[in-house]
Design a protein around this ligand. Sequence first.
Ligand code: HEC
Length: 110
Amino acid sequence: MQHWSLGLVLLAVCAVGCGPDVEAIPQVTDQMATGMGVEKPQLQRGRDLYMAHCNQCHARVKPAKIDPEYWREILPHMSKNAKLNPSQLRDLQTYLIAAHGTVYQLDQQH
Ligand code: HEC
């Protein structure tokens, strides 16, 4: 309930333009893959894992909301929660860090 009302307040404040869309779950792009120095399918696998496994116990924590250093720190723990294997952990982590950067870069271009 509290979260819901906070969301409404933020929505009202941000309707006028509020910087990066921190709620975004960006689609995988060529630019993202080039930026990370990886192949696009790896990022796509990471995004699919995120969509499938990361809202079982709590709402999806959005890529932009966590700094890359903290993603690296918390993902080993969360991927165990979600029963991912090490290769899935790598794909997921690569996507989340790429997506984090994408949200902020998009804003810088505007
Ligand atoms: C089995 C339940 C479970 C699953 C599945 C799970 N989480 Fe969590 N998550 C938790 C719990 C419980 C906490 C809070 C306490 C803690 O850190 O363990 C948490 C906390 C977090 C936090 C910290 C939030 C903050 O503000 O500090 C992040 C980020 C996170 N989860 C991301 C993920 C991601 C990404 C996935 C998908 C791989 C995931 N979680 C899957 C249970 C889960």
